[in-house]
Design a protein around this ligand. Structure first.
Ligand code: ZN
Length: 383
């Protein structure tokens, strides 16, 4: 880990000028240092805005003025006086100045777009791990390049490994279809249409995303597997760090050791630790995705789930708090408070009304029982 702040390395990192070892250390520092993380987010935002600047064309009348300037030039050279020069040329001087400025602007844009950035180029290296993976319709030999918009597909006997710019690796299991959607210094995005992938990412949070049919997985500095079945449902299992699963305003934060399912039309379910009891997990699946349950059946399932919960399962309960209502929410609150009382400043009423700063405070307190990793995000909303 960098022992000092990494603000000086931002530019080198964003332009892919750090070695992969330096990138990894940079990312580790960003993950654990709130100060550098905040600065980095600001810089990412600035770059994104700059990328959205439109390219401007010179207005037609400027070109017409240039033509008429040329026509007049012959005349004015024969009857030149300083005064007549200024009188005749004032608007044209302004026009030329505008063109020069425009040219400088375009040159800067061009230079910016053409900066050499080898590790963050427009394609990702793909290595063959077995069988014959295909990019588009062509089988790759020992290796290939996956360009933006291209599909990488494995059949029942093939496997591949993708190098994600300089920030990580993704292993593609058999019977899997993935597509590279975007690779930019501020965002790398894959689409997993079906099958299974394992990712190991050493980037600052929220640089690497995977779109699935029922949620988006946002990397928060981590290792995980993601599986999508033919119905578009997915299962995320995190082995290191944190991953956020998102769909619209629904978000699940999944730490190491935990998993989370998603369903088309519903989005991410509630995260749970994989060592929770089978009953607990089955009840949670019911609560999250079984739309045929009556309110009474839901309450019944919830009570059973609460009675099965351990201190560590407050991960699940914390997420459930906002996903159930009325007396069900009160029951979740009581169970959580019995494990880890809310810290000073967090009131029962506030928590039941889903006051976000209060929930975040309580979450910080709960996290000790979720993970001993010091890589835990400090605040849900900030990440
Ligand atoms: Zn720092």
């Amino acid at each position: 880990m960098f022992s000092h702040h990494v603000t000086k390395e931002f530019s080198a990192y964003v332009h892919g000028e750090l070695s992969s070892e330096e990138s990894r250390r940079f990312a580790e520092h960003i993950i654990s240092c709130q100060k550098c993380h905040t600065k980095f987010e600001e810089i990412k935002l600035g770059i994104k805005l700059a990328e959205q600047l439109p390219r401007l064309s010179a207005p037609d009348h400027l070109w017409e003025e240039i033509e008429s300037l040329r026509a007049r030039q012959a005349v004015s050279t024969t009857q030149f006086t300083p005064r007549s020069f200024l009188n005749n040329w004032k608007p044209q001087v302004a026009g030329i100045a505008a063109i020069v400025l425009l040219a400088i602007g375009l040159a800067i844009l061009w230079h910016h777009r053409n900066r050499p950035a080898p590790p963050l180029g427009p394609s990702w290296r793909v290595a063959r791990l077995g069988g014959t993976p295909k990019i588009g319709s062509a089988g790759i030999g020992n290796g290939g390049q996956l360009g933006v918009g291209q599909w990488l597909e494995t059949d029942s006997t093939s496997k591949a490994e993708i190098s994600v710019a300089s920030i990580g690796q993704v292993q593609i299991d058999p019977n899997t279809r993935v597509r590279l959607l975007e690779t930019q210094p501020t965002e790398h995005r894959l689409e997993l249409a079906r099958g299974k992938m394992s990712a190991r990412i050493w980037a600052p949070p929220r640089l690497f995303f995977v779109d699935t049919p029922s949620a988006v997985a946002a990397d928060l500095g981590c290792a995980y597997t993601l599986e999508v079945d033919d119905a578009g449902s997915s299962l995320l299992r995190v082995t290191f760090g944190w991953v956020a699963l998102e769909l619209k305003d629904r978000e699940s934060m999944v730490p190491s050791g935990a998993a989370c399912q998603t369903r088309p039309g519903i989005g991410p379910g509630t995260p749970y630790f994989e060592d929770a009891s089978p009953d607990f997990r089955q009840l949670l699946t019911q609560l999250d995705f079984d739309s045929s349950l009556s309110a009474a059946q839901k309450t019944d399932a919830l009570l059973k789930l609460l009675s099965q919960s351990r201190a560590r399962d407050t991960l699940t309960l914390w997420h459930l708090l906002g996903r159930v209502a009325g007396s069900d929410r009160e029951r979740v609150y009581e169970r959580m408070a019995a494990f880890v009382p809310p810290p000073p400043g967090v009131t029962r009423d506030g928590a039941l009304q889903l006051d976000q700063p209060m929930l975040d405070q309580w979450r910080d307190r709960l996290e000790d029982s979720w993970t001993n990793s010091n890589l835990a995000p400090k605040s849900l909303k900030a990440w």
